[in-house]
Design a protein around this ligand. Sequence first.
Ligand code: GLC
Ligand code: GLC
Length: 812
Amino acid sequence: MRYGYFDDANREYVITRPDTPLPWINYLGMQDYFSLISNTAGGYAFYQDARLRRITRYRYNNVPLDMGGRYIYLRDSASGEFWSPTWMPTRHNAEDYSCRHGLGYSLIGSTYRGIRADVRYFVPLDAPLEIWDLTLENLSRTPRRLSLFSSVEFCLWEALDDATNFQRNLNIGEVEVEGSVIYHKTEYRERRNHFAYFACSEPLEGFETQRDAFLGPYRGWENPQAVESDQTTHSLSVGWYPVGVHHLRLTLAPKTKQRVIFLLGYHENLPDWKFSPHDTMNVNKRTLVPIIQKYLDHQEVDQAFEALRSSWDERLGVLQVQTPVEHVDRMVNIWNAYQCMVTFNLSRSASYFESGIGRGMGFRDSNQDLLGFVQMVPDRARQRILDLAATQLENGGAYHQYQPLTKRGNDAVGGNFNDDPAWLVLSTAAYLKETGDWGILEEAVPFENQSGTESPLLEHLQRCIQYTLDRIGPHRLPLIGRADWNDCLNLNTFSDQPGESFQTTTNRDGNVAESVVIAALFIMAAKELAQIMSHLGRVEESDQLQGRAEDMAETIKRYGWDGEWFLRAYDHFGRLIGSKRNKEGQIFIEPQGLCTMAGVGVKEGAAKKALKAVNRHLATDHGILLLQPAYSQYYLHLGEISSYPPGYKENASIFCHTNPWVMIAEAILGNGDQALDYYLRINPSEREAISDLHRCEPYVYAQTIAGIDGPSFGEAKNSWLTGTAAWNFVGITQWILGIRPDYEGLRVEPVLPSGWDGFTAKRKFRGVNYQIDVRRKGRGKKIALTVDGQPIEGTLIPSPSGDKVTVKVTIG
Ligand code: GLC
Ligand code: GLC
């Protein structure tokens, strides 16, 4: 069943009943200020770093799950009845509830006993604040006297400390109230130069800043004492639990509307200008006042909203397609691209599955995310590559994670994930192909952020390759180290202590266990670097790299092939993993997709066999499983992968990140039907109809869908922050639709599904608008291109002279 519908014209998903199986969330903010907002106005906000600069509080493992957020209460003064237009937290059965999640905004509203209330939540492009733009309308025939309460609960900045260190924190909370603005200034008296504020466009009847004064000590958000009694006490928080609550009284004449604006924001002052007057502890508001004034103005708010909408027109305008399948169009043109931008912004830090207090930015994750957003924000992609490269170690390896605020490698997690370096080559290659900005290769980038170690990015890439060559195992395959792409295949860990981290524990020296996945990634990376060298005229180095890639391909054919599919790895004892000789874990998805993408066995038919095996052993109606048979028990020599119950996470779920590798592999072999079929099995929009099973949002990908071995087969988990977003975008747009940036220009090489007559696309590429029209003219697969009416050889469009190009492609 469905809980809403797609409104493609407005680029919104409209949720029409509030009790979705899980909170269905959205993200506000693109630069520094970020908010998570659920379909019932739950969630929280932070500035830049979800752990270190948390603005509002969020309770993990809460009951119910999504309680606390951006709640507004309306109280009818005549009846004393109160409710929330966003359904939570009071859960009244309002009429016409809807939540429109759009790109960077959410609109939530409902009607209750003749009062319509709509809140538009968004973060403007150019200020670190979120706007709650509330419109009330009296639909009834009588005048209505209402009380209105807003509410947020402030976090004392460091989110982990906030949730644990009560002996200090219950003493430090501080606020200030001036006019209709509540300032949250905990620790501002000492080392913080920043504070939060919560402003309202209307004069106040009253306010609260002490949580207990608002809720009452034995109540929750669903029935605050202040709302029930219609009284606020002007509490000023010193210590305990600072909140921000505005209390307004309004009278609405019949059939009239009133707009009320709230701003929740973050502000920094210069260290010498923190206080005003100087000798007090009062916040100096001089630089903030104009910002507040601006965004409390209705017209300014409308303009800011329009500016936000147009920024998305521009970003999404880079690629728009029209195909026979609405699930393709909707995901490519709107939601998949949007999710890619969210993964760019948030990496894996803050979602309803990532607490924002855990990991930093992953090296491999961020490099892969880039594949999905580079076309939308090339400048920021450039910076991301340079930031990532600056955390590379001198030996070519990488810190597995880095902290976005400091941009430094994370010592606690360290390195030795032996696949990491290959991803830097692949992301840089994608950047070069998109932009043609060869200058990036000359950028001086340090190792480990140490000044004095700067060397050109190109040398970083060379060291990435060398890193693998320096770590070759007994079968001449790359050593796996702590893990490869699959974080949970821990072949050197041998952990028998509860709670020990599988990723950072190493109990074996690691000179035996080898990875076929890294071998495939190495081939891909070496081939890319060979092409880069060749472009730079460094022929000898190019040939050498090509040779290394070929050697590795031979090694895979010799030691990485199991007869019907590619092996996964060799364990610490040199035994096979991912082989029909194993009892469990006989076949893994990753090497089948990646080896084919690397070109291994494509000519000889091995790749074809491997993909057939995928289809036979791993493909299900809900997507392709990571492995089969699932591990039924914990194996010391395999690590975390066998720690999960069968069917979940790396132990044989449908790990959606890997599915596009198989789609791409199928496309490489020319099987458009099979590729599209796999694409649609995990396409969120296609799965909308089974929302009660899928449970996660139907507009974004989730990391996993429970596999056939689990009791909830088909149920998704961990939506939003996953490499699935980037890879599916690449899979459908570059390989199935075949619109693929290349070093010397744009390539158009669709692998058209047999049921399609064709499709059209608009692509902006290096400042040129390409209008692409693909038509089927027969049953065959032969591709012919004309560019502005002239037939060309092959599928690479030569650099155009103008800024518009018409490309006609016929297939048949
Ligand atoms: C998670 C990690 C990613 C890893 C994958 C498989 O998605 O973020 O780095 O490759 O799991 O273990
Ligand atoms: C766990 C997860 C894996 C993720 C890793 C990150 O191992 O199963 O998906 O990559 O944590 O540290």
